[in-house]
Write a protein that binds this ligand. Structure first.
Ligand code: ARG
Length: 563
């Protein structure tokens, strides 16, 4: 039983119905200092209804409670403080982790699907840090939800449609070189795109031509489609390289273009429900409480981003019957997702309430906004390479004889970037500082990985195996062990909170706390000393290793056995 539940049940039994178990659970607090016990009940919440002084209520309650499940129960001022029976908790936590291994905290399958729209870069443009954030946060949320019993469906809603392809075709036909694009696809396509946009500012015919080409594309013109397909294929080769580096896979690569033949239905439903109005020749849905209506079709009949998203939402609901659908997309698009949900609601789809925009903040570099024009850019592939190189340098210095150094450096370098991204609450942006990310000190991925590797090295030295572990002489009553035990015990509640709030940072912070608690223990205790407690100490180290590795896995970060 979970400890809060135990306390709530115990209190309910002596409160004679003054409060229900669930009311009590909500009131329970965790004392700031461990001298004050493990769980506290604020008795002053009962002062009014019982017409008694809070301190008196607290001391009466403490007196009435007699339970073997607690080491002691004492009144301190208006609080009833519960001290858990440590040896009981130690035994339960450690035997469970030894038995379950990586499955510790995994909830049974609930048969529900969760659709996760993630990564979704734009064809013919560089893969930005925003898309990296979406990829890494989305991938972690998929793992977290899987852990609590869901079946995640990871969808890469590629930006592979829109007027920009009209622009690109115009540019290619004017100055493009097939060979140059084959050589260096995204860089070349980006050059064309930048050049044509500059030109469009002074030459209005370019915009007209681009619109024509996009309409041709929407109408299935052969030449337009062939060029589009080529740009798309070339871009995907580059994106796939990045996904391989990151170790991220998708269940669906259906981008915006996939919905081309699915938008008529949306327009039909909107018309049927009488939701469409004309505005300056365009077709829109008026939305109460919004400054601008949702633009469904332009005056020339071209469809828009939101039209494709409406079709995508309906398609996903039908195909995956999702219980929840997440969209991991930058905060700057929150207006778009509010509109999307509002239109779906107007269409009569109550499941619009199961759609969640999971926004995240901006990354800066040297405290400044990223801007291609001002040269403040982070190019992803070279940055990943540099992170691995820096990891390699540190490993060479720390552990020159390490086997498979290259693989470890990759896990550390790439893991460092992911971890740094995920440890920040997602709505807070952060400054991209590779040096800090890859450091073995501080609240970093390498720090947590190193704690895990240290544990494995201790276990190897002791030739420990969980099957052979003898827990008969458990004690571990020192403060440092107790800190670890309490964290291990809180693992499933932590995963649940990360899922509920769509916040991988909850897991990242937890893993830092656990690594720090272990390092403190390690500094105080000679784990390998021969005495009665050695087995229990090894079991504690083992359990910590299991949970550290599992926490990192939920963040998409590997945990090398040695480093
Ligand atoms: N391609 C878009 C961008 O880079 C993100 C797409 C997000 N997903 C969606 N269903 N709208 O801004």
């Amino acid at each position: 039983m979970n400890d809060k539940l135990l306390v709530a049940k115990t209190l309910a039994a002596v409160l004679d119905g003054a409060l229900s178990e669930s009311e009590i659970t909500k009131l329970l607090e965790t004392p700031k200092k461990s001298e004050m016990g493990d769980i506290a009940f604020p008795a002053f919440t009962l002062a009014k209804s019982l017409r008694k002084a809070p301190n008196l209520i607290a001391s009466d309650l403490a007196e009435k409670i007699s339970s073997d499940a607690f080491e002691k129960v004492v009144a301190t001022g208006p609080y009833v403080n519960f001290f858990l029976d440590k040896s009981n908790t130690v035994a339960t936590v450690l035997t469970t982790i030894l038995k379950d291994g990586a499955a510790y905290g995994t909830q049974p399958q609930n048969g529900e699907n969760i659709a996760i729209d993630m990564s979704s870069p734009n064809i013919a443009k560089p893969f930005s840090i925003g898309h990296l954030r979406s990829t890494v946060i989305g991938d972690s949320l998929a793992k977290i939800y899987q852990k609590i019993g869901y079946n995640p469906v990871k969808i890469n809603h590629l930006g592979d449609w829109g007027k920009q392809f009209g622009m690109l075709i115009v540019a290619y036909k004017k100055y493009g070189s097939e060979a140059a694009i084959r050589e260096n696809p995204i860089a070349e396509l980006l050059k064309l795109y930048v050049r044509i946009n500059k030109e469009a500012k002074v030459d209005p015919t370019i915009d007209v031509a681009a619109r024509d080409w996009f309409l041709k594309l929407e109408n299935g013109d052969d030449e337009a489609l062939t060029l589009w397909q080529w740009f798309r294929d070339e871009s995907l080769v580059e994106f796939d390289r990045i996904y391989t580096e990151l170790g991220v896979e998708f269940d669906s690569m259906n981008g915006e273009a996939f919905y081309n033949d699915k938008m008529d239905e949306i327009v039909d439903i909107l018309a049927e429900k009488d939701l469409l109005t004309e505005s300056n020749g365009a077709t829109v849905v008026e939305l109460e409480g919004f400054e601008i209506p949702a633009l469904i079709k332009k005056s020339d009949g071209a469809t828009l981003y939101i039209t494709r998203d409406l079709a995508a939402a309906l398609y996903r609901k039908r195909t995956y019957k999702f219980e929840k659908a997440l969209y991991v997309v930058g905060n700057e698009q929150s207006g778009h997702f509010k509109q999307l949900k509002a239109v779906l609601k107007k269409m009569g789809y109550d499941w619009a309430d199961d759609i969640f925009h999971v926004p995240f903040g901006l990354v800066t570099k040297d405290g400044k906004k990223l801007s291609t024009r001002e040269g403040n850019v982070i190019l992803l592939e070279p940055t990943l390479k540099e992170a691995v190189k820096r990891a390699q340098t540190q490993i060479d210095a720390k552990n020159p004889d390490l086997a498979n150094k290259t693989a470890v450096a990759h896990a550390v370098g790439v893991g460092a970037i992911k971890f740094y991204d995920l440890k920040n609450e997602r709505l807070n942006g952060y400054d991209f500082n590779l040096e800090e990310m890859v450091s073995f000190e501080g609240e970093t991925g390498p720090y947590v990985q190193y704690a895990h590797a240290r544990i494995q090295s201790i276990l190897r030295k002791a030739d420990f195996s969980p099957e052979k572990a003898d827990l008969s002489a458990l004690s571990l009553l020192d403060d440092e062990s107790w800190e670890i035990i309490k964290l291990l015990q809180a693992f499933d509640a932590t995963v649940a909170r990360a899922a509920r709030t769509f916040e991988p940072s909850v897991i990242a912070k937890y893993s830092i706390n656990l690594a720090q608690a272990f390092n403190k223990y390690y500094a105080h205790t000679r784990i390998l000393d021969e005495n009665d407690e050695k087995n229990a100490r090894l079991a504690l180290a083992y359990a910590t290793g299991v949970v550290l590795k599992e926490s990192l896995r939920l963040l998409g970060v590997d945990a090398p056995e040695e480093m």
